[in-house]
Design a protein around this ligand. Sequence first.
Ligand SMILES: Nc1ncnc2c1ncn2[C@@H]1O[C@H](COP(=O)(O)OP(=O)(O)O)[C@@H](O)[C@H]1O
Ligand SMILES: N[C@@H](CCOP(=O)(O)O)C(=O)O
Length: 294
Amino acid sequence: MSISPQPGPVTVRVPATSANLGPGFDALGVALTLYDEVTATVVDGPTRVEITGEGAGELPADESHLVVRSMRTAFEALGATAPEVELRCVNRIPQARGLGSSSAAIVAGVTLAQALAGKTDQELALEIAGAIEGHPDNVAPCVLGGFTIAWLDDEHRARAARMTPVQSVQPVVFVPDVQGLTAVARAALPATVPHADAAFNAGRSALLVHALTADPALLYAATEDRLHQAYRAGGMPGTADVVRRLREAGVAAVVSGAGPTVLALSEVPSGFDLGIGWIRHNLGFDSRGAHLMS
Ligand SMILES: Nc1ncnc2c1ncn2[C@@H]1O[C@H](COP(=O)(O)OP(=O)(O)O)[C@@H](O)[C@H]1O
Ligand SMILES: N[C@@H](CCOP(=O)(O)O)C(=O)O
């Protein structure tokens, strides 16, 4: 028997995320204290979307909106009939910048559908959102908060282990005024990599888990990568330059996700000159992940 969704309204808050963290390509990610909020109300129809902030006037306002599409996928997975909805989106996460905006939209949709269907299940939310996104490293911290190691199990379902980053680490992101789509950045990667580079990243990823949970003095060495950033540098020269200059200054800086945002995990020297067109956000690590607001 099909479940009938509740009428709502229901509001979800979803964090920005930074994936990869250097060596942990498609596996490691952190949730950040920068949020989108989406309110869903069941209506007679048609589905409509009101957007404030990032993406206003650019994103679709109908059923092709990513939150609506994700809600529909989730309702189907839950065995519920997808209702027509009115969405109110308050977007603060910069889009197509490497801060997991698409995962945030997907997780928002899945969480709203679960709430309207009267269910709460983080493991299932991760599974559904991971299948929609295609790689699990953003959806895991977005659902769970904190610092996550994500993987796909033998049935290709997203799974994750959650840790708490050490409090003394204060993430800083540098967001450029240009966008970069993750799909384009993924197309720049080679189909195969040298065994030595894979071994290098395996060691640094393991070290990063230790550095970010116990010994931040090791973050510089732990954020070195040979699997994705160099291959993508030609498509984002400004980002590659900022990462290079920060690292030369001793900062544990990496490309955030697929870029073009830069993430710094150790103190940035005062007076560091970013150049024109960059915005700095001093953030924290979000510990809650996606959650409903009363
Ligand atoms: N809040 C949102 N609502 C609707 N669609 C969104 C939202 N955020 C991102 N998207 C969609 O996802 C695209 C960006 O996804 P992606 O290239 O993966 O970048 P990001 O690193 O920001 O996740 C946007 O161009 C838009 O189509
Ligand atoms: N592992 C992915 C991460 C993409 O993150 P996003 O925030 O840029 O969507 C990749 O590097 O492609």
